[in-house]
Design a protein around this ligand. Structure first.
Ligand SMILES: [Zn+2]
Length: 419
């Protein structure tokens, strides 16, 4: 991705650098050729050349660009399962994905990890973003997801002879699991997304069911690691989380019903988790409006309570959590990403500082780019968010993109009032 040339001084704001240090009042950030040269107290900032651009933070907050750690570019106002795969042709899906990527950047998300996409759209979207053809977050792509036949993602009835081709590679046994990963490696993905467990939303594979065997997961991980790809998966059930960890997963999505033994395994290998909880709350509150059966709503309620408890336990035990939320459903549309952060502060009980660190530093680590992104420190890329206000006092200001003074990638203002 193109970087700014020359110097920029961001002044007149307080700094939240994402490293875990406390906020710095009266701070300055100096950017040189798209990278951070200095972030700290303004009084100690190095002199900038006379032709440096100056950005006034208006006594707001300077923080790292946010990372959406569970992003589906191709989901668009999904109201029922069929909307996930056969609603639109791939041509229109691609345009919708491009619009979603632009919106995510405007919402302050300078990076995102895809957790699955229809066809191979995210791989090509990433290319377009990197080449400056289209605005969007720096992406890590996942392409199509892998699920066992008859599992959560295999919902089209067989008599319709539709298959699940655009969305999911359905596998039976370790040989097919390996073959699916090989296909994805060729497609150019960085993350392999699997389905160790089911979900409350499924008519036949609920949140306590298993959708892939340990052998299938082992084969997927072995083949993915062979190609230097990372593996994650949708893990609700205790058995699903445990199988994924024992197989050597690089991340866990949701980790809803984690028990002591499984938490021990998670911490031992320091595997990050992306809970994605606001979706559950919205499903409980608005499911009725969208014709969700009571059984499914009850399942989401159980998932919400289990997931919130697991997230609290993981944070308390020193584990790593990313903030990402599966946005793109009719009741959690794209653009609402920061509602996840508000939910964690107001209802899960995280501090705003912990939540923001999860949404920046840990998000960048999950992306595999923790050495380049996620904190405001000398040497890192200048992906910076300048906000009118203090999200440590009121996290919900991040939901309102009109309050963004600037959203920067590589030192270039891409969105916000100055964008
Ligand atoms: Zn997802």
């Amino acid at each position: 991705m193109k970087r700014a040339q020359g110097s920029t001084l961001i002044k007149n704001g307080s700094l939240f650098d994402g490293t875990g240090k406390g906020p710095v009042p009266h701070a300055a950030v100096v950017i040189r050729d798209g990278s951070i040269a200095y972030a700290g107290p303004a009084a100690q900032a190095p002199a900038v050349p006379p032709d440096a651009a100056v950005l006034d933070a208006r006594r707001g907050t300077i923080l790292p660009g946010l990372v959406e750690a569970h992003f589906h570019a191709t989901y668009f106002n999904v109201a029922e399962l069929a909307d996930l795969d056969i609603k639109y042709p791939v041509e229109y899906v691609t345009l919708l994905a491009a619009a979603n990527a632009k919106l995510a950047l405007e919402c302050g998300y300078t990076s995102a990890r895809s957790c699955g996409s229809l066809h191979n759209v995210d791989v090509w979207l990433k290319k377009a973003i990197e080449n400056g053809l289209h605005p969007g977050p720096r992406l890590a792509a996942a392409g199509r997801e892998i699920c066992g036949s008859g599992g959560l993602m295999d919902w089209n009835p067989d008599y319709l002879k539709l298959g699940m081709e655009g969305l999911i590679l359905l596998v039976n046994g370790p040989v097919e699991s390996r073959a699916a990963v090989r296909k994805l490696a060729k497609d150019g993905v960085e993350w392999v997304k699997t389905y160790p467990s089911g979900d409350a939303a499924s008519p036949h594979a609920d949140h306590h069911s298993t959708c892939m065997t340990r052998e299938e997961l082992d084969a997927a991980v072995a083949e993915a690691h062979n190609f230097k790809l990372k593996v994650t998966g949708h893990c609700r059930s205790t058995a699903g989380i445990k199988n994924a960890l024992l197989a050597g997963f690089d991340a866990i999505e949701h980790a809803t019903f984690i028990d002591d033994e499984t938490l021990g395994l998670l911490l031992e290998r320091d595997v990050p988790v992306v809970p994605a909880l606001y979706f559950e709350k919205a499903s409980v509150e608005r499911g009725k409006d969208f014709g969700m059966p009571q059984r499914v709503i009850d399942g989401h309620k159980e998932t919400l309570e289990g997931g919130a408890e697991s997230a609290r336990r993981i944070l308390k035990a020193g584990g790593r959590l990313g903030m990402g939320g599966d946005y793109g459903f009719a009741w959690t549309p794209h653009g609402d990403y920061a509602k996840e952060l508000t939910f964690f502060v107001r209802e899960v009980g995280f501090s705003a500082a912990d939540t923001l660190r999860c949404a920046t530093k840990t998000g960048a680590e999950i992306l595999g780019r923790g050495n380049e992104l996620g904190t405001l420190e000398a040497g890192k890329l200048a992906d910076v968010l300048v906000v009118d206000g203090d999200p440590l006092q009121d996290i919900s200001i991040l939901e309102d993109r009109r309050r963004f003074i600037a959203v920067m990638q590589g030192g270039i203002v891409k969105a916000g009032q100055l964008g």
